[in-house]
Design a protein around this ligand. Structure first.
Ligand SMILES: Nc1ncnc2c1ncn2[C@@H]1O[C@H](COP(=O)(O)OP(=O)(O)OP(=O)(O)O)[C@@H](O)[C@H]1O
Ligand SMILES: [Zn+2]
Length: 638
């Protein structure tokens, strides 16, 4: 029961919710039932069928409509007298600026990606509005409270880099099914159906593979004299047969590894495939075509044989070309695109078969390819409740009682909910402190464009950057720029840093600002001649901002797919930060970040107030949900 004081704080409050998905639906309901009367919701999405199992404010008839608007209407039906203002929009739009954020007493995030979370963090800091941040993955969840100057900001601790695999493992020596999935989706799918101009590590020219003909051709292009089935079979034979033969010819590679087996379509599929749908169909919308349907394969949980995978491969390829021809050249893999998932599953399985790796069902392959940890509605509901508890403390200015709370999969100390005192701001955080960053770069070779793309946008997450050296502006993005300035900045992008009108050399201090986020930081430039292409593929190294530790043993596709009883669900579990990326790395060892850390390790890395080591392997099955959190939390402190 809320006290009088709480109730009046709740009634007066104006709150902003960002995200009306799994957590957001629960949160809006809980806010409304807790007495909140002025709620604003931003969500950029429309409702999909796959949301309906847990986003309970939505029904089948709402598919395709704005989440924010439908969520509002659903809640107004049981709380008709409160005010809910929906925005069907991206929170990064310029209308949601610092002045907009200043209108709110507290901001509550129910987002699913790092980019939007960082953006909201910066706006909350600039507007000096408290932020309650949240995330769930399966049974794990967390809620954290961020108050400028009092607790750490969302970016005080570096977020783990996406999992990466060395390119040679993906292209030549896969040893796990996830390697085959990454190959199928990021290389083969991208090569056949994506942007032809994108760099791709699949060999392209027939001359690359030993044929010394002068007129080398792109083997992935359909030839004039072949029909789609012949084309599909040629691609099949090239990637699963010929390329494997070429790889086998390098004997060194296979000294300590099992050799792969080349697979040719004629050995697997003796007869020509029948074309159930014909190949003259017109282009039609995504999602309507399915190779499984054409081939009468019904159960996505079945593991297909090599022959079935080969049929799905050829049929999916045929359907892409015959029914979705207009999209070819622009496609990127999407876990919700059935035909794309079918193609990637089949391609990954054929490759797995070649390398002696166990095959997987479409259901499993989809989970790996889309980095899906199945959402648990109960976790979202618990997390939403915790967000409201923290929001109420924020409104009451109950400064000493904020908690970041972890929702665990298995009880620890008989608790499923683990409250911890929030950390103080990190003094070297480049977002909420004034600490400058350092950048080692070859100022004579690296262009301003590299700096903008790789550092300012890629690492610092800015959308509308302004780059300044002293008072001179080197680069700026904005809607109201004069044409001549746009031309000057475009020309600057192509110049090496040391050749800019105001040269950037060793010792230069650059100021980088994002006008929308009202966020600015300084970067000390240090010239360095050489970079290790494998270890430092960006050709520049940003420091002053500690990266998360790397764990060579953890190579599960989903950081939380295995037992989590000894894992602290920290930032790395938040939804939407689990992309598998290929990166050139050294040697042949895997670089997999996003390691789950034990509570004790988290604290060491933070080097702040140390809780005593927790016994997280508590097997005692008698579960207690305690409401005396304060004393429990204190016990963990030295
Ligand atoms: N930049 C953004 N601006 C506004 N809303 C955003 C932004 N980024 C993400 N969101 C919203 O955050 C919500 C996150 O919800 P959730 O994690 O349940 O994802 P989902 O897309 O609904 O489900 P799933 O990805 O599991 O199919 C989504 O509704 C999404 O539209
Ligand atoms: Zn910070």
């Amino acid at each position: 029961m809320a006290s009088e004081e709480q109730l009046s704080a709740i009634k007066r409050a104006k709150v902003l919710m960002v995200g009306a998905g799994g957590i957001g639906c629960e949160l809006l309901k809980t806010l409304a039932l807790s007495g909140f009367q002025d709620i604003h919701i931003i969500d950029m999405d429309t409702i999909e069928v796959s949301n309906l199992n847990r986003q309970f404010l939505f029904r089948q008839c709402h598919v395709g409509q704005s989440k924010a608007k439908v969520a509002r209407d659903a809640v107004l039906r049981f709380r008709p007298n409160i005010s809910i203002t929906p925005y069907h929009a991206n929170v990064k739009e310029s209308r949601f600026n610092v002045d907009f954020f200043k209108e709110f007493d507290v901001v509550l995030n129910g987002l699913d990606n790092l980019d939007a979370r960082r953006h909201v963090n910066r706006l909350c800091l600039a507007a000096d509005v408290p932020l309650v941040e949240s995330g769930t993955t399966g049974f794990l969840g967390q809620v954290t409270v961020h108050l400028k100057g009092k607790t750490e900001c969302y970016e005080c601790q570096p977020k783990p880099a996406p999992k990466t695999y060395p390119v040679c493992t993906i292209t030549s020596t896969p040893s796990k099914f996830v390697h085959c999935i990454v190959w199928a989706k990021d290389l083969l799918f991208a090569k056949l159906f994506g942007d032809k101009n994108q760099e791709n590590d699949l060999n392209v020219r027939s001359s690359d593979t030993g044929n010394s003909s002068e007129h080398s051709e792109d083997v992935f292009e359909c030839r004039k004299d072949e029909d789609i089935e012949q084309y599909g079979r040629r691609i099949y034979d090239h990637v699963f047969g010929h390329n494997i033969e070429v790889a086998l010819s390098n004997e060194e590679t296979w000294k300590n590894r099992n050799k792969p087996r080349p697979i040719y379509s004629k050995d697997v599929l003796h007869v020509k495939m029948t074309k159930e749908n014909g190949d003259t169909e017109k282009d039609c919308a995504t999602g309507d075509v399915s190779a499984m349907a054409s081939l009468s394969l019904k159960n996505p949980q079945d593991i297909w044989s090599l022959a079935e995978n080969s049929r799905v491969f050829l049929e999916a390829l045929r359907l892409f070309f015959s029914k979705r021809g207009k999209e070819i050249g622009n496609l990127t893999f999407d876990k919700d695109d059935q035909l794309a998932v079918e193609f990637v599953t089949a391609a990954a399985n054929i490759r797995a078969s070649s390398f002696g790796i166990p095959l997987h069902s479409l259901f499993e392959a989809k989970g790996i390819a889309g980095n899906i940890v199945h959402a648990v509605a109960t976790t979202n509901a618990i997390i939403a409740g915790l967000i409201v508890i923290e929001a109420i403390k924020v409104l009451k200015k109950d400064n000493n009682n904020y908690r970041m709370t972890y929702c665990l999969e298995h009880p620890s100390r008989k608790l499923l909910l683990m409250p911890v005192e929030p950390y103080e701001p990190n003094k070297s955080c480049y977002v909420c402190s004034e600490t400058p960053l350092s950048l080692e770069v070859n100022t004579r070779h690296s262009k301003l464009r590299d700096f903008v793309e790789k550092i300012v946008k890629g690492k610092l997450g800015m959308n509308f950057p302004v780059i300044m050296k002293g008072a001179s502006i080197l680069y700026e993005v904005g809607e109201d720029l004069e044409d001549d300035m746009v031309a000057i900045y475009a020309a600057n992008l192509e110049k090496a840093l040391s050749e800019l009108p105001s040269p950037v050399t060793s010792g230069t201090v650059l100021t980088v600002e994002d006008l929308q986020q009202e966020f600015s930081c300084s970067i000390n430039i240090k010239h360095r001649e050489e970079f290790d292409e494998e270890k430092e593929p960006d050709g520049m190294v940003l420091s002053g901002w500690v990266e998360a530790p790397v764990d060579k043993d953890n190579n599960k596709p989903n950081g939380n797919g295995e037992s989590t009883s000894n894992a602290l669900p920290t930032e790395e579990i938040l939804e939407g930060e689990k992309d598998v990326e290929i990166q050139e790395t050294s040697g042949g060892t895997e670089t997999v970040a996003g390691k789950k850390r034990k509570l004790s390790e988290v604290d060491e890395s933070r080097n702040q107030k140390k809780p005593e080591k927790l016994d997280l392997d508590d097997e005692d099955d008698e579960l207690v949900i305690s409401d005396d959190w304060e004393s429990l939390t204190k016990k963990k402190r030295v």
